[in-house]
Design a protein around this ligand. Structure first.
Ligand SMILES: *Cc1c(COP(=O)(O)O)cnc(C)c1O
Length: 366
């Protein structure tokens, strides 16, 4: 079977270093918030290009802590998209604020700036901008709108570790940026993990306290919780971070192979101008999705759908989100998107196999 992602293949390709990192932690006797987390925070901030990074338990917590640290909650509105991982919207709900969901553009599948502009009200406190699939969202237009309207920009970089816009890494554009280190993400732990980046000293301090009961010298000074990153995951992430540019380059090489496929029935992902795409996912569009998925599966290829249902259609979110205008592109693409296998260790032979299968598939005329 050729799968969409393979965290195991990544472990195997760095096994010696990862095993050594884990042993180092086991032997140290410090398992929570020790030297590994500290070193990872320093190295990740340097890599992204921010003053600070804070390790947390997962990407959803990163978003929840960011909103809480910015004092966003009940009575506030936070604008994001419905075409995202549920975590983005779930975090807003948990904060007590109202998620306001807007449409995406049809070329790059991320927040449409015009749709954002139409959804801004006097209650809008923040925008969570999702850099979906591995490339920058429409930063120029959206930063402009946020600045003009006094709205805080939070980046959701869970799918785009290392990607750049105008030469600058994602995670440096917002007041705060949130990363997930779920095992399949471009920078993935062997378990859960998350990171927050910011240039704001006060926010860094506040979030570092909030992730551990609001403690300062073991006294709770502000309301907090437990969202610690553990030492084992931090040590593993340090190994993976050192290889992140190489593994993103491997994803890009695979994308280039796929892009040589010439077929009328399948449209390939486009890269936004001035942007680098690190292909967390390789998402194509076809009007024959159902048939293509089944055909590939029969032939040993497990393609995926990211995502089959926009967040607003999922039962947990009924009547909990505000949708000021119709989500026409969101509705349209959900029937057509298909994610082809994409991970750094995917053999080029397997990519050629997938291409060969697709080139022999009969797309229905649309
Ligand atoms: C994975 C993901 C998250 C959530 O991260 P977890 O680590 O699973 O909590 C948030 N936003 C986006 C866009 C994601 O892809």
């Amino acid at each position: 079977m050729i799968t969409c992602a393979s965290p195991l293949a990544q472990y195997e390709s760095h096994r010696t270093e990862i095993d050594a990192a884990i042993s180092r932690v086991l032997d140290s006797g410090t398992y929570i918030l020790g030297s590994e987390v500290q070193a990872l925070e320093k190295e990740f901030a340097a890599y992204i290009g921010t003053q600070h990074a804070v390790g947390v338990a997962n990407g959803t917590d990163a978003l929840e802590l960011a909103l809480a640290a910015l004092d966003i909650g009940s009575g506030d509105e936070v604008i994001t998209v419905s075409h995202t991982a549920v975590a983005t919207v779930a975090a807003i709900l948990r904060s007590g604020a109202t998620p306001v969901l807007v449409d995406i553009d049809e070329d790059y599948f991320s927040m449409d700036a015009t749709a954002l502009e139409r959804a801004i009200t006097s209650k809008t406190k923040a925008v969570i901008l999702v850099h979906i699939y591995g490339q920058p969202a429409d930063l120029d237009a959206i930063i402009g709108l946020c600045n003009h309207n006094g709205i805080i920009l939070i980046e959701d970089v869970a799918q785009a570790h290392g990607a750049r816009f105008n030469g600058q890494r994602l995670g440096t554009f917002g007041t705060i940026a949130c990363f997930s280190c779920y095992p399949t993400k471009n920078l993935g732990a062997i378990g859960d993990g998350g990171l927050i980046t910011t240039n704001d000293n006060a926010l860094q301090q506040k979030i570092s306290m909030m992730r551990e009961y609001g403690w300062q010298d073991r006294i709770s000074m502000i309301p907090g919780r437990n969202s610690r990153l553990d030492e084992v995951q931090a040590a593993i992430l340090r190994v993976k971070l050192a290889h992140l540019d190489d593994s993103n380059a491997a994803r890009i090489a695979i994308a280039q192979l796929y892009s040589q496929l010439e077929t009328d029935g399948l449209s390939m992902p486009k890269t936004r101008p001035l942007s680098s795409h690190v292909y967390h996912l390789f998402v194509c569009r076809t009007s024959s999705r159902k048939e293509l998925l089944a055909y590939l599966k029969t032939n040993g290829v497990l393609a995926g759908i990211h995502y089959p249902q926009p967040v607003h259609e999922q039962p947990a979110f009924h009547n909990k989100v505000s949708i000021p205008h119709r989500l026409l592109n969101t509705e349209k693409i959900k029937e057509e998107i298909i994610s082809l296998p994409m991970y750094p260790e995917l053999e080029h032979e397997s990519v050629e196999e997938v291409k060969y299968l697709i080139s022999n598939f009969r797309f229905s005329a649309s």
